[in-house]
Design a protein around this ligand. Structure first.
Ligand SMILES: NC(=O)c1ccc[n+]([C@@H]2O[C@H](COP(=O)([O-])OP(=O)(O)OC[C@H]3O[C@@H](n4cnc5c(N)ncnc54)[C@H](OP(=O)(O)O)[C@@H]3O)[C@@H](O)[C@H]2O)c1
Length: 257
């Protein structure tokens, strides 16, 4: 055996052993390999990109401003220009990808990037493009309280939760295997150090929080586990041991239909 071949085999063995030890295995055989991230330049989106890369996925980032995206995301991702308000830009963004994770969110209560335009119509445009692309899976970051029209956030922020529910509904009706993740209040701590609660029914509750990094972990694990498909759930963090058995965590959720 040549030195070069022996080195290559050794490197492959080390990569496989490291992946097994850290749980950072690539996608399931036959599962999605190349993932489009919408909202990749956002606070949660950029963590989703890192988490996908750490788990061996190829990543394409949808961005309105490609220079800003390159600066934010580095050189390990493909970047494609697009705007969720403009369906004409989305077909090319989806072409050649297997799955999509969306963490897009309105940039103001009013104006062109208001909740109706982004959290509903923008998400619906993504769903329509995913259907046309025959995407294998769509993971959507929505919000706790999406089914609560009287939630005070609606008054403050352009009926955001009402529009988020309509975006979710478009996804659930699409026929694409999906996961809808509804986090509580987002924080910027590192995460990974608490138990994550998964709940269903969107009951009115006190203030709950979760880190954006933990939301990113959930989104990527949802791609890796078929048990996450066709589920909608609220999530927050509480004191306790971090999740190790993601399969069991998703399997404990009721499918939406
Ligand atoms: N903040 C909370 O406590 C909270 C709680 C529950 C759920 N959520 C939801 O969680 C998600 C992530 O929140 P975040 O605070 O991490 O988000 P964020 O930092 O506000 O990022 C929003 C992302 O959406 C993108 N976007 C907006 N309009 C777009 C358009 N027309 N076309 C393409 N991309 C567009 C932005 O791109 P640009 O960089 O180009 O603007 C950005 O990448 C959002 O859906 C949010 O509503 C938030």
């Amino acid at each position: 055996m040549t030195f070069t071949r022996r080195t290559a085999l050794l490197t492959a063995a080390i990569v496989a052993a490291t992946a097994a030890a850290t749980g950072c295995t690539a996608s399931l055989p036959g599962g999605p390999k190349k993932v489009l991230v919408a909202g990749a330049t956002g606070q949660t989106g950029k963590l989703i990109v890192s988490e996908l890369l750490a788990n061996g996925y190829q990543v394409r980032a949808l961005a309105r401003d490609t220079a800003k995206a390159r600066q934010t995301l580095g050189d390990k991702v493909e970047i494609v220009q697009g705007d969720v308000k403009d369906p004409a830009t989305l077909a090319a963004a989806f072409a050649g990808t297997d799955a999509v994770i969306s963490a897009v969110g309105a940039r103001g209560a009013k104006g062109p990037d208001r909740p109706e335009a982004i959290d509903y119509q923008g998400v619906k445009n993504l769903v329509d493009a995913a259907v046309a692309n025959r995407s294998q899976q769509f993971v959507l970051v929505s919000s706790r309280g999406a089914t609560q029209p009287d939630n005070p956030l609606n008054k403050i922020f352009g009926d955001v939760l009402i529009w988020k529910l309509k975006g979710e509904d478009a996804l659930r009706a699409s026929g694409i295997p999906y996961t809808v993740v509804r986090p509580g209040g987002l924080t910027n701590a590192a995460g990974g150090d608490k138990d994550l609660v998964f709940e269903q029914g969107d009951a009115v509750s006190g203030q709950t929080t979760i880190t954006r990094a933990d939301v990113a972990r959930i989104c990527v694990q949802a791609l890796k586990h078929p048990e996450a498909r066709n589920r909608t759930f609220e999530t927050s963090a509480r004191a306790g041991a971090p999740v190790t058995d993601w399969r069991a965590k998703f399997a404990a959720l009721k499918p939406d239909r």
